[in-house]
Design a protein around this ligand. Structure first.
Ligand SMILES: *Cc1c(COP(=O)(O)O)cnc(C)c1O
Length: 713
């Protein structure tokens, strides 16, 4: 085995008394620990905000005098000591849930492969929900003490930054990231050279550098093809997320699947469970079979052996959403693999052959489903859809018996919950609530929270959001290139006392961001109702190649700009995890309008819920499981659309009338103390039913019990 190390660079010039801040900066644990965050923000809050919460840059740019000052401030030092005591305790903990419940897993690492990881706003290696789910999965695995390791790609430019032109057109900015300024560590060999692995491409090798991000107790290893010895075109393979041209797309997936296995080997890992988060990583199946065949096994034995250890999570409810490659591309990139597996071309293609209207293809979904013993969808409804969609692979069984189960997604509570709500829970549920987060019993004590205190918390979050939106608008305006109407469009007139609805997500067309604009006249009457106004805040990016998605943004932006909105419709630029955090903590209602059943699960509504924000959504994905009539509102009915266009019209009418007749009156119905008592009751029902169930605590435990433990046998 090659010896390697990742050493935290000693490039911070810190006073001795606080010199461990450098260690803390390189472990993402601080990102879900409010007190640890304050160790950074308290030194210079303005700089902290300006640097978008980047502790590496902060520690480098701070004046020595500011550091000396806190190093002598007894309050700061008390916080410092308590955070590091907690940090050390966390990293060394020996009686975690995993230790206690599944000691047999201790020597059996679980490898988790994903094309994207959403961990923090300063690490733009995610594009949306899939990535944020991967990031939350790692954080929870760390909290539960699982022997876990993540594998992904380190993108040289990351996902793009979004600017909106005066006419509402999305411009994508791609700038090279400076890894040295990020919470990313190079992996080096003993003699200080980068540790690399390589993968075969037609007539050449592509060399990959390895990087590590520390997520609490868990390492995330990332590969990057920007290595000098590579051909120029190969150096950009990992520059951006999801190249649209198929050549580069298949190469990216070879890097992830094949390169990922080799990276783990180079790092000395021998995982017992191989979890593919979506089909992009499915080439790992072939690489592991190749290893076994090289060791003397027959292909049939090899693929059987790997199958038992593989777990595959599908997220895509439409056939077209799964990655498929035309066979000529398979010939071009994988022909050298066939003999290594002891297969001819036909036998190889048979592993994942799929019939399409345009011809035959090699389907990553088919490959992953066939050769994974554990298979799951991400909500109950999505489970039905997936079993129906893949019935052809198990033709001799009834649809309901197709062996694809479901594990409904969750979100990492500490990562998404406002600090103040945690304090309220400490006070009224008892400080042990975090440990018993997924136990419904914990939540029976919720009624102890006085309505006034809960509402004061909500109002605090709303003011915080309004203030932040105005700061963003101010900064953006001062940078130039912004038309005055864009200042209004970005929320300069926002009012924290008004009922506020949030709509933020990727602008994929099935999400129907424009649904609420179907009848603009009616919408204007709703938002400008005397004494009962409403604000709607939109945010989201469209994939740069998604023209209809970009047109949808433009349609919304053009409406946002009209004077008749009185500044109550807002579009925030550059949706990312930071904007998401402010929104899910600071609005009153979270709107989601997917075309059922396209939203396999959805997770942003869960983040909103756990902050006391009420969901108003189509009964798709997770919301169909969570909605009980008293914890939020449904749009439309619990059934699939027959004709999509008719469904759009029906859903829009349902949306307007529920808003007019239920949501708005409930919010503005105040008692003598100006408290909306029935609304607060809804919030409590929502917290009680959703926080425990739609957490990664519940989700990762379910993955362990139902998928990892059987695979690790
Ligand atoms: C949670 C999150 C998502 C996922 O949102 P859904 O539309 O609910 O799937 C996307 N982007 C960001 C930045 C998020 O934080």
């Amino acid at each position: 085995m090659i010896q390697f190390h990742t050493r935290i660079p000693n490039h911070f010039d810190l006073p001795r008394r606080i010199n461990r801040l450098g260690d803390l900066a390189y472990n993402l644990w601080w990102t879900w620990q409010p007190n640890a965050q304050r160790l950074f923000s308290r030194i210079d809050n303005d700089l902290w905000e300006r640097l978008s919460h980047n502790p590496i840059l902060l520690l480098r740019q701070l004046e020595r005098s500011a550091l000396n000052e806190v190093a002598q401030d007894s309050q700061y030092l008390a916080l410092y000591d308590s955070v590091f005591a907690e940090f050390d305790r966390y990293l060394a903990k020996k009686d975690t849930w995993s230790d206690k419940t599944h000691p047999e897993l201790a020597s059996k690492p679980i490898a988790y492969f994903s094309m994207e990881f959403g961990l923090h706003e300063t690490l733009p290696i995610y594009s949306g929900g899939l990535g944020v789910l991967s990031g939350d999965h790692l954080k929870e695995a760390s909290d539960l003490g699982l022997p876990f390791v993540g594998v992904g790609l380190m993108y040289a430019e990351g996902y793009f930054s979004q600017r909106i032109s005066e006419d509402g057109w999305q411009d994508a900015l791609n700038n090279p990231l400076r890894f040295g300024d990020m919470m990313v560590l190079p992996i080096l060999t003993e003699d200080g050279k980068p540790l690399t692995v390589s993968v075969e491409m037609p007539d050449r090798l592509v060399t990959l550098r390895l990087w590590e991000i520390r997520v609490g107790r868990i390492p995330l290893f990332l590969m990057d093809s920007n290595v000098e010895s590579n051909k120029l075109e190969d150096r950009t393979l990992t520059a951006r997320l999801y190249w649209s041209d198929l050549d580069r797309r298949i190469m990216q997936e070879i890097v992830l699947g094949v390169g990922g296995v080799r990276a783990l080997r180079a790092l000395g890992y021998n995982p017992s469970v191989w979890h593919m988060n979506e089909g992009h990583a499915a080439f790992l199946i072939l690489e592991r079979a190749r290893e076994l065949v090289a060791g003397g096994a027959s292909f049939a034995d090899a693929i059987e052996k790997t199958r038992g250890q593989n777990v595959f999570t599908t997220h895509t409810p439409v056939p077209a959403g799964n990655d498929e490659f035309p066979l000529w591309l398979i010939d071009k990139f994988l022909a050298s693999l066939w003999p290594e597996l002891g297969l001819n071309r036909d036998q190889f293609v048979d592993l994942a052959r799929n019939k399409q209207s345009w011809g035959e293809s090699f389907s990553m979904g088919v490959l992953a489903l066939r050769y994974s013993e554990g298979r799951n969808a991400v909500s109950e409804l999505h489970g039905h859809v997936a079993r129906k969609m893949w019935h052809s692979l198990w033709q001799d069984q009834e649809v309901d018996d197709v062996p694809i189960t479901y594990v409904t997604n969750g979100v990492h509570t500490d990562n998404w919950m406002a600090r103040r709500l945690g304090l309220l829970y400490d006070k009224y549920l008892g400080p042990e609530w975090r440990e018993c987060l997924d136990d419904p019993e914990t939540w029976t004590k919720l009624d102890k929270i006085p309505p006034g205190e809960l509402w004061a918390f909500r109002m605090h979050q709303k003011r915080k959001l309004s203030f932040r939106i105005q700061e963003w608008a101010r900064t953006r305006w001062s940078k130039g290139g912004f038309h005055p109407v864009q200042v209004v469009a970005s929320g300069a007139l926002i009012d924290p006392y008004v009922l506020t609805i949030g709509f933020a997500r990727r602008f994929a067309t099935y999400k129907r961001a424009g649904l609420i604009l179907r009848d603009v006249e009616r919408l204007l009457r709703i938002i400008n109702r005397p004494n009962m106004p409403v604000q709607i805040i939109f945010a989201g990016k469209a994939h740069p190649a998604d023209e209809p998605g970009k047109q949808m943004i433009q349609q919304i932006y053009r409406t946002v700009k009209i004077a008749e909105t009185e500044g109550r419709l807002v579009f925030l630029e550059d949706y990312d995890m930071n904007v998401a955090r402010y929104l899910v903590q600071g609005v009153d209602v979270w709107l989601n309008t997917p075309r059922r059943p396209m939203e396999a699960s959805g997770t942003s509504g869960m983040k909103a819920s756990l902050n006391g924000v009420l969901n108003f959504s189509v009964l798709d994905g997770w919301w169909r499981e969570a909605y009980n009539g008293k914890n939020g509102w449904a749009i439309g009915e619990d059934k699939e659309p027959d004709v999509p266009e008719i469904q759009d019209e029906a859903d829009a009418l349902s949306l307007y009338s529920t808003l007019e007749n239920e949501i708005i009156p409930l919010f503005y119905d105040r008692n003598a103390d100006m408290l909306p008592m029935d609304w607060i009751e809804h919030i409590k029902n929502n917290l009680r039913t959703i926080t425990p169930q739609f957490s990664t605590r519940r989700m990762v435990k379910e993955y362990v019990e139902r998928l990892y433990v059987p695979a690790a046998k």
